[in-house]
Design a protein around this ligand. Structure first.
Ligand code: G3P
Length: 224
């Protein structure tokens, strides 16, 4: 089954969606945490309380050198949660991914804008690959095509890396990549809400209520 994440540091929204969706956990990035004005430690603690059980958290390094990323990855991995360390798939990041994987730490290669970039990260041992679907589209690329090509390369080479598609502005983008059979996806809260917000749904449900009341008043179904 696909792993479903929310791409957010918003604890209230996480509580809301955890009630109605089978969330695997949360993905964050430095921009998301900066906007929330709450650091990683406090955010993870509150998210753990909000989600309960054993959620998986994806948290990104902010170091810019190979050694710095590797050490930061080690520290993130020591946090008392199921952590996946996000490392940008740059030249420096790929080197850090190789070294971090050699320590047995779970890694997500992030900021992926092309299939070949994601493929290299998978060859370096990344467990997850995060192609940025909407950002690719916004650059006149084709985010869905990049995900399809990347999945093809993973399959052809029998690489175990999972695509965790990220960066969505609408449900259509999310649907298109899910149809490709990807193994994980992270949605911003507005797109997650839009997934079940077809404008015809509420009127249909209201009509059921209206028709029932006309015929049976306040009786419940099993009382009729
Ligand atoms: O977590 C990184 C990725 O989801 C970026 O999303 O919306 O900033 O393009 P966005």
């Amino acid at each position: 089954m696909i792993e479903l994440y929310l791409d957010t540091a918003d604890v209230a929204q996480t509580k809301r969606f955890n009630q109605c969706l089978p969330l695997q956990g949360i993905t964050t990035n430095p921009t998301i945490l900066a906007k929330s004005k709450q650091g990683l430690n406090e955010t993870l603690k509150e998210m753990q309380d909000a989600l309960g059980g054993k959620p998986r958290f994806h948290a990104q390094v902010v170091s810019t050198s190979i050694e710095g990323m590797v050490e930061e990855a080690r520290q993130i991995n020591e946090l008392p949660y199921d952590m996946v360390v996000k490392i940008p798939a740059t030249e420096t990041g790929l080197a850090a991914i190789k070294l971090t994987k050699a320590q047995g730490i779970k890694v997500l290669a992030t900021a992926i804008y092309s299939a070949q970039q994601g493929f290299l990260a998978a060859l370096c041992g990344a467990d997850y690959l995060a192609p940025y679907v909407n950002r690719i589209d916004a650059l006149n690329g084709n985010g869905v095509e990049v995900v399809a090509d990347l999945q093809l390369l993973l399959d052809q080479n029998q690489l175990p890396a999972k695509i965790l598609a990220a960066s969505f502005k609408n449900t259509q983008q999310a649907m298109e990549v899910m149809k490709l059979g990807i193994e994980a996806i992270t949605l911003p809260v507005d797109v997650a809400a839009a997934m079940f917000a077809h404008p015809a749904v509420e009127p249909a449900v209201a009509q059921f209520g209206h028709d029932w009341k006309q015929a049976f008043g306040d009786k419940l179904s099993f009382e009729s």
